[in-house]
Design a protein around this ligand. Structure first.
Ligand code: 5GP
Ligand code: MN
Length: 346
């Protein structure tokens, strides 16, 4: 935060505060919202977390989950009223208002002071205060640092520490991605010091499968994974029918794309999923191949260099076709990012 003194000042007296994660929040988005909400409540603020949409059950353990308002679950009117009356709105883990989905306009039009805390590229100029660092591994890492910079470290209890830990753990791919810096480990060491039970959080987030989900993963790996050797690319296309066949719940497709990326020789992996309102795409890459640029250029999306997402408003077949047709444009880059030319793609 550049102007930490003014920022601290606006939080001097109790305020009505709204905290918002991005649409379909992940552990980093929700963990940062609930962690910050808890800290601000302890300072005497009136805090409401409003999520644009719901999120997977494996995040429901976080303290404060029961009080989260899901905007698109019939709460548009009530949510808008709270936003209109808010004095401060925090936007966490996103930096362009369209990522707030149907909450975009209410937030844009709100009179409140807006605070952006995020680590994604493609920042829109809408906030009065920004804590924006694309080198940070997670928004939860930024929240920890901000609370410390505000001299409020003592307000981070075990529950806050665990919510923040979940965000750092997942956004670093369990401390495996290149964003896993010395600072990340230092923050995590502090969170452990503050009471985070890392083994418990890891179990809650990762060991939370239903039999249906495991069967679905098996099906997707054997029936839906396609390899495009020529482009060092692997992708899944999952139809709405596939999802319903396995009674798929929110979050069941999470992480699937990483299996495709783990194949030796794959530079880019994608998963294309037919959702109710649109086709959703997730991209992952290794090395310097920037999937956020591809997502922004072709699928109204964005994210990070090695993990990004986007959306498509045509059918799944047409979306897959569009994806396949744009690959020649990236062929050279997709090859360049592979040191090993001999592929294990058969
Ligand atoms: P995931 O594939 O896990 O949904 O998202 C990977 C990364 O890309 C996350 O950092 C997420 O915030 C970002 N992302 C996913 N979908 C979109 C999108 O539609 N637009 C933008 N700007 N970013 C996205
Ligand atoms: Mn994040």
């Amino acid at each position: 935060m550049q102007d930490i003194i003014s920022f601290k000042k606006i939080l001097d007296k109790p305020k009505r505060i709204v905290i918002v994660p991005h649409v379909n929040p992940d552990a980093d988005a929700l963990g940062s919202c609930l962690g910050l909400a808890s800290v601000l409540k302890k300072k005497g603020h009136e805090v409401k977390v409003i999520s644009p949409t719901d999120y997977p059950e494996f995040l429901h353990w976080m303290k404060g989950n029961d009080e989260v308002m899901i905007y698109n679950a019939g709460n548009e009117k009530a949510g808008k009223d709270i936003i209109d009356q808010a004095e401060i709105i925090f936007c966490l883990d996103f930096c362009a208002l369209k990522r707030a989905d149907k909450m975009e306009e209410p937030i844009r039009n709100a009179a409140a002071t807006k605070v952006l805390i995020d680590h994604h590229h493609g920042k829109e100029d809408f906030a009065d205060f920004e804590c924006w660092n694309t080198k940070a591994a997670a928004t939860c890492e930024l929240i920890y640092q901000l609370v410390v910079d505000m001299d409020e470290r003592q307000l981070i209890d075990k529950h806050v520490a665990e919510a923040l830990y979940a965000g750092v753990m997942t956004d670093t791919g369990s401390f495996r991605h290149p964003n896993t810096t010395k600072h990340v480990h230092e923050v995590v060491a502090e969170l452990i010091d503050l009471g985070a039970d890392v083994s418990k959080v890891s179990k809650l987030v990762y060991d939370n499968n239903s039999l249906n989900r495991l069967r679905f993963i098996g099906f997707a790996l054997s029936e839906r994974l396609e390899i495009l050797k020529e482009y060092n690319t692997a992708y899944f296309a999952i139809s709405a029918e596939d999802l319903s066949k396995f009674s798929s719940r929110t979050g069941d497709t999470e992480g699937l794309v990483n299996y495709a990326l783990s194949i030796v020789g794959v530079t880019m992996a994608a998963i294309i999923i037919e959702r109710e309102d649109a086709v959703k795409l997730s991209f992952r890459s290794v090395g310097d191949f920037p999937v956020n640029e591809l997502a922004a250029k072709h699928f109204e999306g964005g994210g990070h260099k090695n993990a990004a997402g986007g959306i498509s408003h045509v059918g799944i077949k047409e979306t897959v076709q569009k994806f396949l047709e744009l690959l020649p444009e990236y062929k050279k880059q997709l090859h360049k990012n592979q040191k090993k030319q001999e592929l294990y793609l058969t």
